[in-house]
Ligand binder design. Structure first.
Ligand SMILES: [Zn+2]
Length: 185
């Protein structure tokens, strides 16, 4: 089963180790988002640019994988605190259903090649051109079947309406827009 990321420690490291890496002003912004106890996604500028560039020119559903690192609240608290999305790996399939359920073998191999130490597949992205950014029933089933870690993120982009939405975990809980922070480039 290619989708299983067998090497994952689903809990990840404590989020303080992540905050320590950030430039102070952005770390403060992330900390304030963490303060209410709900999960946060930090999206690297390159990952956003690549994903948006991949889906923008197509009226077909397109997508790919998201790579990065999950972090838990603390060493003794396994609740997911933050997901850092470092990279997006586009799939060549012009069909989100194919992407999600039967992702061409290629994208998985390419993802494996660019994973850095400590990184895992933290989720997937796909587009809904012109129909709005939401999770369909198929998307929910995909998330539950293939992206079922507490940190697994699902990012839907409507490039025509310029909307996006994020979902987290096996049950695809909606993540409010203010919980997704764009990292400084
Ligand atoms: Zn969808």
């Amino acid at each position: 089963m290619r989708w299983r990321d067998e090497a994952v420690d689903p809990a990840g490291a404590g989020v303080s180790s992540y905050l320590a890496r950030l430039e102070a002003a952005f770390a403060a912004q992330v900390q304030s988002a963490l303060d209410d106890g709900l999960p946060v996604v930090v999206l690297a500028a390159e990952a956003r640019a690549l994903a948006e560039r991949h889906v923008a020119p197509s009226r077909l559903e397109r997508g790919g994988l998201l790579l990065g690192e999950p972090f838990r609240r603390a060493a003794d608290d396994s609740a997911i605190a933050l997901v850092h999305v470092r990279a997006a790996v586009p799939s060549d399939a012009d069909d989100a259903t194919a992407i999600s359920l039967r992702m061409e073998a290629d994208v998985w191999s390419r993802a494996r090649e660019v994973l850095r130490t400590g990184e895992v597949v933290v989720g997937w992205f796909h587009s809904h051109p012109g129909i709005g950014a939401f999770f369909s029933e198929t998307d929910r089933r995909t998330q539950a079947a293939f992206f079922r870690h507490p940190f697994s993120a699902g990012w839907v982009i409507d490039p025509l309406r310029q909307e996006e939405a994020w979902f987290l975990g096996a049950d695809a809980a909606a993540l409010a827009a203010q919980r997704v922070l764009d990292a400084p480039a």
